[in-house]
Design a protein around this ligand. Structure first.
Ligand code: LLP
Length: 396
């Protein structure tokens, strides 16, 4: 993205600001399509990574299905125009009334997370897949690793066999599902997981419509080439996917929208202590919690006039030591008011933001290569107060 666009967006909409480049979303989809060109597939967009309705509408126009994990994500999918048959429902702890809605609406597939969920399923016909936990270490951050037997998601192979043997007649097993984690860059974990799924399906002689392999494709946060190697994926993983002999379903979030998002911020202060330089910016862990929560690295760049280099921690002004957006970063020394950009925030950025310290959520803007369009206005204090039904007059 051109520096001029960051400057223009900041001038027009203020900072902090989430800016999305729609062209990147399209490009990322093309990269996935190229990688999977030898195997029949369908891609569902993981709503949890970014649920701005304008963005979802754009994603829908590119031909994605919807992957949802809550009733509200499901309602949003319908609001945006996804038909129920183009929606896959994930998540643990689905409540019985929700299952009823999914069954009545005829959603494409409910990925069942436990035998208890099967027992609670209403007596209505539904298309289901069983989420299998293959006990494979995704070698990613423990908080976003989901495919180990100690994790809360899915069922092991033995339980899956038992579920299949006693499946009530109203439930049609159309697929097998597995999602072993997120931000995966180690190909061997995919290979191990999918090989074990394949032997399970063979052992059970299952006749399926598809195999859903979840999401998890890792991206290059450090800008040093750490993302998933797509050529390796094509060579080592795709042949296993082909061997399933049925279409492959994927639920991708981060790989599609992560690199399309930028958090545009301004420098509030440069603070020098005896041991460190701090660049204090007008965004924080409230807008982007990934560095604080996972120790995640996001590339950060400032655009000062000068070219003096310094090493500094980039921090917000939330009252937490953990409110650090980047540690020991080598950057061009900015001045107060200079613009900075935090990269790869399109997934799990705004979606995980909060009002901590009464921070107001940033505006969101989409760029299509020509125009900037406001797709969510900046939050105001009134928005928050409104939820509390509080006014000074109500006290009198
Ligand atoms: N399918 C299922 C069942 C999932 O649980 C997830 C993500 C996805 C698909 C999409 O995964 P992706 O393609 O985006 O890796 N907040 C964390 C990520 C949590 C991911 C949760 N599940 C982060 O900021 O890294």
């Amino acid at each position: 993205m051109d520096k001029e666009i960051f400057l223009k967006a900041a001038k027009e909409f203020g900072t902090p600001l989430y800016l999305y480049d729609l062209r990147v979303i399209k490009k990322r989809l093309e990269m996935v399509e190229r990688t999977l060109k030898n195997v029949e597939h369908k891609i569902f967009f993981a709503f949890k990574s970014n649920s701005n309705p304008h963005l979802l509408e754009f994603v829908k126009s590119l031909g994605f299905g919807a992957d949802v994990v809550s009733m509200n994500e499901y309602k949003m999918a319908k609001l945006v125009g996804f038909s129920p048959s183009n929606i896959v429902v994930n998540g643990n702890g689905k409540i019985t009334d929700e299952l009823k809605v999914y069954a009545r609406d005829g959603v494409g597939c409910v990925n069942v997370d436990s035998s208890e969920e099967i027992q609670r399923f209403p007596d209505l016909s539904a298309r289901i897949a069983i989420r299998i936990n293959p006990d494979v270490d995704a070698k990613t951050h423990p908080y976003i690793s989901t495919g180990l037997k100690k994790n809360k998601f899915g069922v092991n192979m033995e339980s899956a066999s038992a579920i299949i043997r006693s499946l009530p007649s109203n439930l049609k097993l159309v697929g097998i599902h597995s999602h072993i984690g997120s931000q995966i860059t180690d190909i061997s974990t995919f290979v191990d997981a999918f090989k074990s799924l394949k032997s399970f399906i063979d052992k059970e002689s299952l006749k399926l419509e598809f195999v859903n392999i979840g999401g998890g494709w890792g991206i290059d946060y450090s800008h040093k080439g750490e993302g998933l190697n797509l050529q390796d994926y094509q060579e080592k993983v795709v042949p296993i996917l082909k061997s399933f002999g049925v279409p492959i379903h994927l639920e991708l979030g981060r790989f599609i929208v992560g690199p399309a998002g930028y958090l545009v911020t301004r420098v509030l202060e440069l603070k020098r202590t005896t041991s460190k330089n701090f660049v204090i910016v007008d965004t924080s862990m409230s807008d982007l919690i990934r560095p604080s929560l996972y120790g995640a690295h996001h590339h950060i760049e400032f655009f000062p006039d000068g070219s003096e280099e310094i090493v500094a921690d980039v921090v917000g002004r939330v009252c937490e030591t953990g409110d650090t957006l980047g540690k020991n970063r080598k950057i061009f020394k900015p001045e107060i008011g200079d613009l900075g950009v935090i990269y790869n925030v399109g997934a799990y950025g705004y979606a995980m933001s909060s009002n901590y310290n009464l921070s107001l959520r940033p505006a969101e803007v989409a760029f299509d290569g020509r125009n900037l369009k406001l797709i969510r206005r900046r939050e105001t204090l009134e928005d928050i107060v409104k939820l509390c039904d509080f006014s000074k007059n109500s006290k009198q």
